[in-house]
Design a binder for this molecule. Structure first.
Ligand code: SF4
Length: 390
């Protein structure tokens, strides 16, 4: 039986696990209400009791990157899009408890009935990538494109991992949402409609899809940096570009480097390197396989017994894959731990507090998207559902 070797802990990893605090490093707010201490030995019993009291009135969604202690209480697990659809398919549930991050709970609120309430157990569980594209910055970028005379031929495409305001912007400007599974289809559709794409907010997914799946060159891409005047690109560069990539990235997948790939190949002979497309281009091109979270899970399911895999995605998921596939050698691509710090904010104490407050009739930490934003977000999400097959 294969034994998963834990990557080395780092001081920052302890912070990511919630032991410590760095208020300057994360956007977020305090969670209202009393939080049970993590050491409370009755937490599991309390969660079970509150869950039972709520019955079918509550539906608990757990993203693949959540901790095991949370996943154990999820009615369904999945990636962000699957979870939003699962929420929409449960009209009988009065409460959707979303164990994920803020933009996911927004999508669930957009896709569920007005009578349903979506709750995020910790309001500080944001997504650092989604936070890298604020609506005011994107509107400024559109003005820059307009000044360069290219806005009319540009189709905005936003990754699911973006705020509802960015999804709404995309819907209002004739674009679409995409996921890491359908980014190629979204780009092919967009290039059938316009000459260039403004891809938000993950530059790596945009670049990897354009170059590796649509056959563009790296020179077809420019990076728009919202922290520089005019995005740090000239009007000529905007006019020449086919892909205008927003300068955003995932703080988890951005940690994997080409060196990680080289080192794991030395450490584990015959290893297959499997990474998420949010990784940098040099990592993706050095890997054997690239694909979404669901692709990574399915690839492991169908891999032959005895095969070796180095996985470049969030550590909670990789550890779970190692446990569910003891006949395969599963290792983490990086040699140090790499959790999604914001996902990890949701732990058993937050889940217990959420469930107990709902069972007592108090809705804490509800996520509500204003109707106008929800309308245009729905337009962009519907466009994604309507994307033609390749
Ligand atoms: S893993 Fe990356 S993209 Fe996903 S929620 Fe965390 S920071 Fe955001």
């Amino acid at each position: 039986m294969s034994v998963f070797s834990e990557p080395a802990a780092t001081p920052s990893a302890l912070l990511l696990l919630g032991r410590g605090a760095d208020p300057t490093a994360e956007r977020g707010v305090e969670c209202p209400g009393d939080l049970p201490p993590a050491a409370d030995p009755s937490l599991i019993e309390r969660a079970r009791a509150a869950r039972a009291a709520l019955g079918e009135r509550a539906f608990i969604l757990g993203h693949h990157y959540q901790r095991d202690e949370v996943i154990d209480f999820a009615d369904v697990t999945g990636d962000s899009f699957k979870l939003a659809r699962e929420a929409a398919a449960r009209p009988e549930a009065e409460y959707i408890v979303f164990c994920g991050v803020h933009f996911m709970a927004e999508s669930a609120d957009i896709l569920t009935a007005a009578s349903q309430k979506v709750v995020l157990p910790d309001l500080a569980a944001g997504c650092s990538m989604a936070d890298m594209a604020a609506i005011a910055q994107v509107e400024d970028a559109w003005d820059a494109l307009t000044d360069a005379g290219v806005a009319d031929g540009t189709v905005p495409v936003t990754y699911m991992n973006s705020s509802a305001a960015i999804k709404a912007f995309t819907g209002e400007h004739g674009g679409t949402v995409c996921t890491s599974s359908n980014a190629e289809r979204a780009l092919r559709w967009a290039f059938g409609k316009g000459e260039r794409v403004l891809f938000l907010p993950d530059q790596h997914l945009g670049r990897n899809t354009a170059v590796l799946q649509l056959g563009m060159s790296l020179d077809d891409c420019v990076v728009y940096n919202p922290h520089k005047p005019g995005g740090g690109v000239t009007a000529d560069e905007l006019r020449r570009a086919r892909m205008i990539l927003w300068r955003g990235h995932c703080s988890v997948h951005g940690r994997f480097t080409r060196t990680c790939v080289d080192q794991v190949r030395e450490r584990v002979p015959g290893v297959n390197v499997l990474v998420h497309p949010e990784c940098a281009h040099e990592v993706v091109t050095a890997a054997d396989l690239v694909g979404s979270t669901e692709f990574i899970i399915k690839t492991l399911e169908s891999a032959p017994s005895g095969s070796a895999w180095a996985i470049g995605t969030e550590l909670n998921l990789v550890r779970r894959l190692a446990r569910t596939h003891p006949d395969k050698h599963v290792t983490f691509l990086d040699s140090t731990v790499c959790y999604c710090s914001t996902m990890n904010r949701i732990d058993l104490p937050h889940l217990v507090a959420s469930l107990e407050s709902l069972a007592a009739g108090t809705v804490a930490n509800q996520i509500t998207v204003p109707e106008r934003v929800a309308h245009w977000s729905r337009v962009a999400l519907q466009q994604m559902l309507d994307l033609p097959a390749n």
